[in-house]
Design a protein around this ligand. Structure first.
Ligand SMILES: O=C(O)C1=C[C@@H](OP(=O)(O)O)[C@@H](O)[C@H](O)C1
Ligand SMILES: C=C(OP(=O)(O)O)C(=O)O
Length: 411
């Protein structure tokens, strides 16, 4: 049995940083994840005028319920969907002149439905280049609140941004959601808002957010379940056992459910109070699986799919086309480069059994493509990555941790 310690959750960090900034007092985040996304988020808060400290053991943020302390700011969101979607909503609820920009990769990703929702609440917002994309400039004068409609079918982050911001409005928000992906991330948002003292009422697709005060917290960040998926997949495909401490069925992260996909493929899964253990079978089965709720783990599954004894079909994942890369195409084209037969449609892919050959993986600057195909490389000689450093977005120490696993197993 191999114990793998996984760094903190990027998604929990982003919400905790937002909530800390919106609360009246100082929040302490323990077991913080230092990665490009989370550090970028914290430095963005600093640019918005919030006092932030970043130490190895704990990060602190001193909040301001009235909005960003800086009257104006130029904020760079790097590659982070969380920063690029959550922070404009935070700024819009305050007062001042704020501009948000991001990397070329993040500029390509959509923010339009969020911008439209903010405009419908009376926010003065301007896309400086392409409509619906960063950079965006906001002339913030507070938000009264009220009813609005939102399409979260491309990204749940639009809804999370509005939910987190809702308590900072004058009268609260009633959000009618017309479509939604990545539902567990919205559940995480609601659970973390409750932890910071604000309860949202949900009636089906309507979310009622009160105008209310967040209270600062001393908060321990759980390990990242999406990062853990590479190690669970490694165990599953290599017929070994991996235990990740700190995850359980009460985790805030939907991606812990990835282990149930492995279970359907023949792995043995043990979910204890404070750890999850996966043991791989001698041979994985094929599977058909809807991954709409856990789509960050699509590349993980795609990368081990050739080793199953039947086809692996992944369905209902259109929105992975608007992540760091078009992940549906990135998975398919890299698998084909390894000599594997793959079929794709608008929102699905089907991967056939085969013996991968070595190839240089095109990461498309996408951390999940790099980490996923590293798992394929456990059982395949000659797999290299064209951009190994892109893992820094969420898991800067990934290659070291993965190399330790590989050495321990001596495959
Ligand atoms: O809210 C979040 O922290 C996230 C939501 C998901 O995005 P979408 O809602 O765009 O699918 C997920 O893919 C992303 O890694 C993190
Ligand atoms: C999609 C991802 O990130 P984000 O949307 O937060 O940039 C991810 O980490 O896989």
């Amino acid at each position: 049995m191999t114990i793998v310690r996984i760094p903190g959750s990027k998604s929990v960090m982003a919400r905790a940083l937002f909530l800390a900034a919106a609360a009246d007092g100082t929040t302490v985040l323990r077991h913080p994840l230092r990665s490009d996304d989370t550090e970028g988020f914290a430095l963005a808060l600093q640019a918005l005028g919030y006092p932030v400290t970043l130490d190895d053991e704990a990060w602190t943020v001193t909040g301001n319920p009235a909005g960003p302390p800086a009257g104006s700011a130029d904020v760079y969101c790097r590659d982070a969907g969380t920063a690029a979607r959550f922070l404009p909503a935070l700024a819009a609820a305050g007062h001042g002149h704020f501009r948000f920009d991001a990397s070329a990769q993040m500029r390509r990703r959509p923010v339009g439905p969020l911008s439209e929702a903010l405009r419908s609440l009376g926010v003065t917002l301007h896309h400086d280049e392409a409509e619906g994309h960063l950079p965006v400039t906001i002339d913030a004068a507070g938000i009264t609140g009220g009813d609005l409609r939102l399409d979260a079918g491309l990204s749940s982050q639009f809804l999370t941004a509005l939910l987190l911001m809702g308590p900072l409005t004058g009268q609260g928000l009633r959000i009618h959601v017309t479509d939604m992906v990545s539902v567990p991330y919205v559940e995480m948002t609601l659970a973390m808002m409750a932890r910071f003292g604000v309860a949202v009422e949900r009636d089906g697709s309507v979310f009622v957010v009160p105008a209310a005060a967040y209270s600062p917290q001393d908060y321990v960040v759980e390990p990242d379940a999406s990062s853990a998926s590479y190690f669970f997949a490694a165990a599953a495909v290599a017929g070994r056992t991996v235990t990740v401490p700190g995850l359980s069925s009460s985790s805030l992260q939907g991606d812990v459910r990835f282990v149930h996909v492995l279970e359907r493929m023949g792995a043995t899964v043990d979910i204890a109070d404070d750890s999850i253990t996966v043991t791989g079978p001698p041979k994985l089965n094929g599977v058909t699986v809807n991954m709409r709720d856990i789509s960050d783990t699509v590349p993980t599954l795609a990368a081990i799919a050739p080793f199953a004894d039947g086809p692996v079909r992944i369905e209902d994942v259109y929105n992975i086309r608007v992540k760091e890369s078009d992940r549906l195409e990135a998975c398919a084209s890299n698998l084909r480069a390894l000599g594997i037969r793959v079929e794709t449609g608008r929102d699905w892919l089907e991967i056939h059994p085969g013996v991968p050959a070595g190839a240089r993986i095109a990461c498309h600057a996408d951390h999940r493509i790099a980490m996923s195909f590293s798992v394929t490389g456990l059982l395949t000689d000659g797999i290299t990555l064209d951009d190994p450093d892109c893992v820094k977005k969420t898991f800067p120490t990934f290659h070291r941790v993965f190399a330790e696993l590989r050495q321990g197993w001596d495959l």
